[in-house]
Design a binder for this molecule. Sequence first.
Ligand code: ATP
Ligand code: MG
Length: 508
Amino acid sequence: MIADTQPKALVRVPSGIRGFDKILSGGFLRGGVYMILGKPGAGKTILGNQTCYNHVAAGGRALFLTLLSESHARMISYIGQMAFFDRSQIGSSLVYVSGYQALENEGLKGLLGMVRKCVMDHHATLLVIDGLVTAGALASSEVELKKFIHELQLTVELVGCTTLLLTGESNGGEAYPLRTMVDGLVQITFDPIGMGTARTLEVTKHRGSDFLMGRHLYQISDQGIGVHPRTESVLGRNPARPRPAEPLAFGIESLDPMLGGGLEEGSVTLELGAPGTGKTLLGLGFLAEGARRGQPGLYFGFSETPDELKRRADSVGLGLSSLVDKKAVELRWQPPLGLLADVLAEELLERIEARGVRRLFIDGIDGLVSSLVYPDRAGGYFTALGNELRSRGVTTLFSDETSSLFGPEVTVPVSGLNAALDNILFLRHVELRAQLHRLISVVKMRGGPSDSSLREFSITDRGIEVSSSFDSAEAIVTGIARSTSQAPPRKASASPRHKKPSRRRSKK
Ligand SMILES: Nc1ncnc2c1ncn2[C@@H]1O[C@H](COP(=O)(O)OP(=O)(O)OP(=O)(O)O)[C@@H](O)[C@H]1O
Ligand SMILES: [Mg+2]
C-alpha cells in the first residue's frame, strides 16, 4: 500500500561551490544519491571533501567514508593545504571512516551494515563514499553491487542524507547499470589542449531538477575546486536593448558625426587595426570622454599595465591619471596566462555591477579568445556576452589586431564574432613620402546613419584629431601613397570610399 502520495517539497543541498551549484540549479536534492565519475587525478576526492567542509560550515553533518587503501592521514595532509579545510570540524560535525576492512572481511553486506550504522550514529545529512570502484571490484556479481546501491538509496532517502559516490571511469562501462539507478551523474575529466590541460565538468543527469547542460571548465587550486558555468549557458538570455538614448560620443570632432553622434547605447563595436595604429589610445579616449560626462568607464586589457596606459594616455592629453584617481575610470590588467574566458566574463560583470559601468573597452579581444580554451565556442561566447552587455546598457569597444596593414578589405578575425557586432572602426597606416599617416573609417553593421568615408586622423599631445573632410585621406590613398606593408599598391585602394568594405560572415 502506498501510504503517502503527497508530493514532497524538494529540498536542495548545495555543494557550496558557487559555479557548481549554479549548474545544479541550486544543488543536489536532499536524500538523493549522486555519482561523481572521473578519471584518476580529476579531483573527485577534493570535490567530495570540499562539499563536506562547506556542508558542515553551513550547519550540516557529514560523513566521509573511504573504500581506498589510501590512509586518511595522507589524504588530510594534502586536503589540509586547501582554503576550505577546517581541522576543528573533524571528529565533531565531520567524521572520516574507512570502510575498507569491513568490505574486505564481510563484503558488500558488511559494508552496507556499517554505512547504515555510521549514518544513523552520526546523524549525517551528507555522506560521501570515495572509491566505489573498490566496492565494484570486490562485489561477487553486478547484481550484488546493484543491490548494495539500491539498499543504500533506501536508507539515505529515509533519513534525508544526501549521498555522493566518487568513482573512477570504468573502461568496460560496467558502471552503466549504476548510472541508471542513481539520481544524478556528474562527470569530471581533463583533456590535453596544446601543451596544456583543460578540466571540464558535465552534469549528465539530475533527476527532478533542471541543470545547465554541457561541459563547463573548472580549476583546481589551493582554493579547492572552482567551477565556471559556460558563459553562453548563463548569459545573454535577455535580448532586451536599452531604449535609444543619446549616442555615446568620443568627443572627437569629425569622428562623432561619422557615427551619427557617437556609439549607440548598448552597442558593441570592434576597433580593428594593425599594431600601432592607435587602437588603445582611441579606446582610452572613449572612456575618458565618458568619465567627463559622468559615465563610469572600465578598461579590461591584457598587454599594457595601468602605469603604462596612464603615462601614454596622459602624454596625448587624455588626462587619464586624474580620471583613474577620481575612480571615474577603472583600469584592469591581467597577463593572458592561464585565464579562463568564463572567469573573465564573471569578473567583467562583477566590476560593471559594482561601479555602474556605462562604457567598456576590452583591449585585445585576443586575450578573451585565447582563454576560451575551445576556440569553437567563440560564436556562442561573444553572442552571449554581447547580449548581456547590451541588456545592461553597457556600450562596448573591443580592439583587435589585423595582420594585413592596408587595404579596403575588412575581415573580422575572430570567427563567430560578427553576430555580436554593431559597428567596426577600421584603423590603418599609410606611408606617403616617407611620412606615416593614419586613416580611419566606420563600418556600420546594423542600420542607423553612417558615413563610411575614409578620414585621416592624428595623435598629438592635444589628443586624437580626425580630419573634417576626406580630402586629405583621398590624397594619401591616391597613386602617390604606398602601404607600409610591402604589398604592391592595390587597385581598390585608389578609391576605397566607393567600394563597400566586404565582410566575411561565418555561418555559425
Ligand atoms: N593546490 C593545488 N593546485 C592545483 N591543483 C591541485 C592542487 N592540489 C591538488 N591538485 C590537483 O588535484 C588532482 C588530485 O585531485 P584528487 O585527489 O581529488 O583526484 P581524484 O579524482 O580523487 O584522483 P584518484 O582517482 O586518484 O583518487 C591532481 O591532478 C592535482 O594535480
Ligand atoms: Mg581520490
